[in-house]
Design a binder for this molecule. Structure first.
Ligand SMILES: Cc1cc2nc3c(=O)[nH]c(=O)nc-3n(C[C@H](O)[C@H](O)[C@H](O)COP(=O)(O)OP(=O)(O)OC[C@H]3O[C@@H](n4cnc5c(N)ncnc54)[C@H](O)[C@@H]3O)c2cc1C
Length: 336
């Protein structure tokens, strides 16, 4: 059981900044995120795009903002459970919450802050019969650790940056024994330099590039062994493979949080703007995941919400203590 003061569900920019604000009040945080890396939308959707409305930064790349937020939170030693969606919540006799992830990891705290943004990013799955049967037995939708594919025959499906970049990475670093990239069109959606690199590597036989084709079937005994590919002109072919990695992007959905008894309006959690508390005492919702009159889904608004929510959390955890606002310019940052 992981014990902490505040369980933060969602390690996006808002969850990360909340660690800092909680730390100033000597409250310790543990973050849970279904994605394998912190940063939420900034890391997953637009890491290389500049953001122009972060106060004090005329322009900053989304990925850089996340790096900075991680550095800012570091003195307060947040814990992380990554690559696991928070699935259930229950209350203990002592009044604490226990949040359990899809993989069974348990976390206990008196306060839960939901900073779940647009929700859990779920992979877009290709319509292949029996696909679910092979999940984690040769079919993966996210590459968490490239070394997992050492010496394996990997079929990557997709035409965006993820499909291109991972094909290059697994082939270039001699990780996979064979990389077969399957894409239904002859043009790609990814960056032009990545497209060119894949074409060059295909020319040298380093990547087996099959365009105008789709993976239409898979088979194997307990684990994936063969992948069927239907080519628009040449018809069906079957190849031996250890892994099929469809990289068709991720789509967000509020996910399990929607069943936690929270008041939901238009797929967002209703909050009291006094402190961003929800209808369940001890549970707060901050950032893109909440809704209230005049809500703006902006990072800077989420930072404000997290800051006020931790003040309220402090009062719940330490009803006997009076919290006096102290400027960081006066007190500095006293880490744990
Ligand atoms: C292309 C694009 C450009 C943008 N440009 C700007 C801009 O210029 N300025 C600006 O202010 N905003 C911009 N935004 C919006 C901004 O990215 C969001 O407001 C911000 O990411 C919200 O942060 P968050 O931490 O609330 O949520 P998110 O960044 O969405 O992070 C939420 C995290 O919670 C996780 N999560 C959800 N449910 C669970 C669960 N049950 N268990 C575990 N983890 C869970 C998700 O995996 C995710 O990592 C842009 C958005 C996009 C898509």
């Amino acid at each position: 059981m992981i014990q902490t003061d505040i369980i933060i569900i969602g390690a996006g920019p808002v969850g990360l900044f909340t660690v800092f604000e909680a730390g100033l009040l000597k409250l310790k945080c543990h973050l849970i995120d279904s994605l394998p890396q912190p940063g939420g939308q900034c890391s997953e959707i637009y890491p290389k795009k500049p953001i122009y409305d972060i106060p004090g930064f005329p322009s900053i790349l989304a990925g850089e903002l996340i790096d900075n937020l991680m550095t800012q939170a570091a003195p307060f030693k947040p814990g992380f459970t990554l690559g696991e969606a928070a699935q259930t919540i229950e209350k203990t006799a002592a009044g604490n919450f226990i949040v359990t992830t899809i993989k069974g990891t348990k976390h206990e705290a008196p306060i839960v802050m939901i900073a779940g943004g647009l929700g859990v990013f779920e992979p877009r799955k290709p319509p292949i019969e029996g696909l679910e049967k092979f999940e984690d037995n040769g079919v993966e939708y996210i590459i968490k650790d490239p070394n997992f594919y050492q010496g394996k025959r990997c079929v990557i499906a997709g035409g965006g940056d993820s499909a291109l970049d991972w094909s290059i990475f697994l082939a270039e670093n001699n990780i996979a024994s064979e990389v077969i990239l399957v894409h239904r069109s002859s043009s790609f959606r990814g960056h032009l330099d990545s497209v060119q690199k894949v074409i060059d590597m295909a020319g040298k036989g380093e990547i087996n590039l099959i365009t105008e084709a789709e993976v239409t079937g898979i088979s194997g005994n307990g684990k994936l062994e063969k992948v069927q590919i239907t080519h628009q002109a040449n018809g069906l072919m079957e190849i031996e493979a250890d892994h099929l990695i469809p990289l068709f992007g991720l789509k967000p959905s509020l996910g399990p949080i929607a069943d936690w008894g929270l008041e939901i309006e238009k797929s967002a959690i209703k909050v009291n703007t006094l402190d961003y508390s929800t209808n369940i005492p001890g549970i707060y919702a901050i950032g893109d995941v909440n809704t209230y009159e005049n809500k703006l889904k902006l990072i800077l608004c989420g930072f404000h919400e997290g800051t006020l929510a931790v003040q309220s959390a402090f009062a719940r955890i330490h009803p006997e203590k009076k919290n006096v606002l102290k400027y960081t310019t006066v007190n500095g940052v006293q880490g744990f």
